[in-house]
Design a protein around this ligand. Sequence first.
Ligand SMILES: NC(=O)c1ccc[n+]([C@@H]2O[C@H](COP(=O)([O-])OP(=O)(O)OC[C@H]3O[C@@H](n4cnc5c(N)ncnc54)[C@H](O)[C@@H]3O)[C@@H](O)[C@H]2O)c1
Length: 335
Amino acid sequence: MSQLESFAGKLAAVTGGGSGMGRELVRQLAAQGCSVAACDWHPGAVAETASLARAEAGPGLRPRQGRGLRHGVLVTSHACDVSDEAQVLRFRDELLAGHASDHVDLVFANAGIGGGASFVNDSREEWERTFAVDWWGVYYCARAFLPLLIASGDGVLVNTSSVNGMWAALGPGTPNTAYSAAKFAVRGFTEALIEDLRTNAPQVRVAVVMPGHVGTDIIGNTFRAHGKEPEQMTEAQLKELIPARARAGLAAAGLLPGDASAEDLRRMLIRVSNDFRDKAPLSAAQAATVILDGVRSGAWRILVGRDARTIDERLRANPEAAYDYAELFRGVRAP
Ligand SMILES: NC(=O)c1ccc[n+]([C@@H]2O[C@H](COP(=O)([O-])OP(=O)(O)OC[C@H]3O[C@@H](n4cnc5c(N)ncnc54)[C@H](O)[C@@H]3O)[C@@H](O)[C@H]2O)c1
């Protein structure tokens, strides 16, 4: 796979740029002299990312229509729900007009949410919403942007999957069906594109990103995406979200009092979301650096974090043990 010397003077599209790894990708790309069009379904959040990135932007040679180069980094922000193809096409058109370009050099299909954890218990609506963002969002971006990556003459499509794109679990008692199904699809699609592009569009390469635990607001943003913000949920909704059996399990694990009230549940959800962000082994900024280093090096497979590398090694060494957690992680020290 070919290497990339520098991001300076390139033009990148980043989805889900309003938070977490997407925001940090936008900031680091701009700091390295790359112009960026970032989208998010929360326009205020992605506009904030763009102003942070502009303030930190490095010198760049900005590409424009007809391939001339212009000095300066341009960062634009766009409202777009990636699960809606018409909005993805609109984002593409706004990008081309705003950056006066006829091509795009890099596409980071990063937007994603959790949810639809249990196929058995969760609503079909939530399951399909999660799958639509995590799979169709990536697919629509590839459809919309591939011709522009081809037109770049040196394009890179970077699709974010997850460790759940190789391991469809989060551990005992924690199903993760919609997210894993979508992330496996993203990995399979991206890997399948390797030969397709090599054969039919060798001026474009692809990379699949598989992060382990990265400290972002993905849990809070997932609650928000499904209309389940703990701060606003009623007692009935909280008890439906965490049914009696799950409450008993959480109480046994010392995470809830035995007779948990609705307020205890609400506080626990907020704590879990904050701890996921604040107690992660890797920050969103560190993860973005790993992703950009991987893209620059020409890697097609970018594992983010020691946990992701451990899961990858363990699955390869003992695939039959994938869902026998004690066996899979035998001898692995907790971080
Ligand atoms: N954080 C982790 O531990 C982790 C691990 C593995 C994979 N990932 C993946 O990394 C990617 C980035 O996640 P993050 O942790 O930075 O999360 P995040 O919630 O901090 O950022 C995701 C951004 O995507 C946006 N978004 C969600 N749905 C969208 C839609 N339909 N259209 C447009 N924008 C949308 C959100 O508003 C948010 O700004 C996701 O694909 C996620 O599944 C995250």
